[in-house]
Design a protein around this ligand. Structure first.
Ligand code: ADP
Ligand code: MG
Length: 399
């Protein structure tokens, strides 16, 4: 990983104005946040800058106003939640540049925090307009990006500002970049990747990138059905993208060429209807799936074999559940494998990094979210990173 500056590289910042990009796009209900983990993630950065005497100006987007001012999408709605988490009063500033911002900076004391309005109210944000970025940059002495979740976007506050001000990774960004580097950038081998979820089509670029980087590619979830079908297995009425079997075979070939072992389930949990604990539930070999059955989870023998694979590995990167984990008992393989990975991590033999909306939910369901080395909540940015794509927000910090 090319190196980036962190808050450790800041000199004396007393009285300096910090423009800090954060993710405050909180899920809201009845005027308050239902989950403040995004604020908790950026709290260390904000407080560290404040304690060092900077005037901290927070930049964030909220919702999708598409370049127009919508009173319902003002960041002022999250001000109360941010204050609660920081345990500090903050000043709401209803602009992102100009005289109102300049006056507000004059009112803020050293160590005070201001929250600017929704950066996406201005079309220059998503267009990454240089004039717009320059207008904001004029108010600041330096720029801190602590929003990895927005790093796959080349927007003015995620990328453009780094062209106009000295740029630093915030503490959350720093932790995320270090964890991702340890997982796929410069990992300790052998590396295993678990890729599951519903469809091959949403993870094609992930699979293609991983075959060249990992020693073990463990495929589960609905997408394993497409790979099984590609190998001539009759998967009954399982979720399966039959039109992608050629693609699946190409990935298998590329893996063989790269020395990557592809692990597909050899036993599976099937049912005739998709419901909790259905009467038709049974476990069978992949070659015994009936025409009216669907595969909903990886079977117990394969799960045990996969646990043994993880035991031989030093690094694990995981995206996508192994089965339809929201419905019992199709959470069994996901929960078992997650607990194995967590135990190996706690023993110090495995570095484990996971991400993806449903994956985070599955790990929480298994009760092991805090036992992995790192769990990314960045969603789209995490997936693009798994696809091996350069993230503009990260590139701007490392330039
Ligand atoms: P993530 O959000 O972590 O990237 P995905 O969105 O790709 O994960 O996949 C999650 C979904 O895949 C879950 O809703 C799960 O129910 C579904 N899924 C997993 N295995 C199967 C299966 N065998 N059949 C149908 N759906 C499955
Ligand atoms: Mg999902």
């Amino acid at each position: 990983m090319s190196s980036f500056k962190t808050l450790d590289d800041l000199g004396d910042i007393t009285g300096k104005v910090a423009l800090v990009r954060v993710d405050l796009n909180l899920p809201m209900k009845d005027g308050s946040a239902t989950d403040v983990s995004r604020v908790e993630a950026v709290k260390p950065t904000i407080l560290e800058l404040a304690e060092k005497g900077a005037k901290v100006l927070l930049l964030a987007h909220y919702g999708r106003p598409k370049g127009q001012r919508f009173s319902t999408m003002s960041t002022s709605f999250v001000q109360g939640d941010v204050e609660k988490v920081l345990d500090k009063e903050i000043m709401f500033i209803p602009e992102v540049m100009g005289p109102v911002v300049e006056q507000s900076i004059g009112i803020l004391g050293n160590g005070d925090i201001g929250l600017l309005d929704n950066v996406r109210f201005w079309p220059g944000e998503e267009a990454n307009d240089a004039e717009f970025a320059r207008g904001m940059a004029a108010h600041g002495d330096f720029y801190v990006n602590d929003a990895f979740s927005a790093a796959h976007r080349a927007h003015a506050t995620t990328e453009g500002l780094a062209r106009h001000l000295p740029a630093y990774a915030g503490r959350a960004m720093e932790a995320e970049l270090k964890a991702l580097d340890a997982a796929l950038g410069n990992p300790e081998a052998p590396v295993a990747a678990v890729v599951g979820g519903a469809k091959v089509s949403t993870k094609l670029d992930v699979l293609t990138n991983l075959v060249g980087k990992v020693q073990h590619l463990i495929i589960g979830g609905g997408m394993a059905n497409t790979f099984l079908a590609a190998k001539g297995v009759d998967v009954g009425k399982s979720l399966c993208e039959h039109e992608l079997t050629d693609t699946a075979n190409r990935i298998i070939d590329e893996a063989a060429h790269a020395g990557c072992t592809v692990h597909l389930p050899y036993d599976v949990v099937v049912a005739k209807e998709f419901a909790a604990n259905p009467a038709s539930l049974r476990t069978c070999n992949v070659h015994e799936v009936a025409d009216d059955e669907m595969i909903l989870d990886v079977g117990p023998l394969a799960t045990e074999a996969l646990a043994d694979v993880l035991k031989t590995c030093r690094t694990l990167v995981w995206n996508g559940p192994m089965g339809a984990f929201e419905t019992e008992p199709f959470d069994t393989a996901t929960v078992a494998l997650a607990r194995t990975a967590a135990a190996l991590t706690q023993d110090g033999s495995l570095i484990s990094v996971a991400g993806g909306g449903d994956t985070v939910a599955a790990l929480a369901h298994a009760g092991v979210k805090d036992d992995f080395t790192f769990v990314s909540t960045a969603g789209g940015a995490f997936l693009e990173w798994m696809e091996g794509k350069p993230l503009p927000g990260v590139a701007a910090l490392t330039a």
